[in-house]
Design a protein around this ligand. Sequence first.
Ligand SMILES: [Zn+2]
Ligand SMILES: [Zn+2]
Length: 248
Amino acid sequence: MRLTVVGCAGSFPGPDSPASCYLVEHDGARILLDLGNGSLGALQRYADIYDIDAVLLSHLHVDHCIDLTSYFVARKYHPDGAHGRIPVFGPQGTADRMASAYGLSSRPGMHDEFNFMRHAADATAIGPFTVETIRVAHPVETYAIRVSADGRSLVYSGDTGPTESLVEISRGADLAVFEASFVNGRVNPTDLHLTGGQAADHAKRAGVERLLLTHLVAWNDPQQVFAEAAQAYDGELLLASGGLQLEV
Ligand SMILES: [Zn+2]
Ligand SMILES: [Zn+2]
């Protein structure tokens, strides 16, 4: 699999990166993990936006989902005709939220462009990928997402505070793409985000030896986030940046 970091800015777009979006490719198939503010623009550097097989949304905070409204426009109004439906997996209420954000009624909403589905309890096949999800600790319904193909796996944390479910879904994965929004020394609310050190601790306990720190928020120094993670981690540690590509 190849992972491309389309956007890694935490909570809102930054000057050098859109908000959360990750492109995962394998064997000619392409899926997106999240589609946050600004990401549809940057995505066009790395893929034909009409050649995406599915979109998976970790949760409905705008920095993870709002560019689906722009993607709707791109698919619906292309002068060569509409581009058919692709699956969009997300939390309960995704279809109505996206319709409302764009100013549409619920029906037809975006149902002619997207086949909205809730994240399943069981593993789901999407082309060559197997996708598994688990609820994590965030104020709204949020999922960590594990994507596997040909015996390799990556796990994207979504947004989460410390939780054993992230360790559980990450066991034996080849790459952890974990959010690290917080730094030590501040009052960090519970069940919201991880520090770099907590992200490292979760990856270590899951036995994952390669960790990509992401969801980097503009008011923190990413090098501080990295340094705090490095203290708690022996494996390969990477800091996300827009356009970073990793083979998994
Ligand atoms: Zn976020
Ligand atoms: Zn969030």
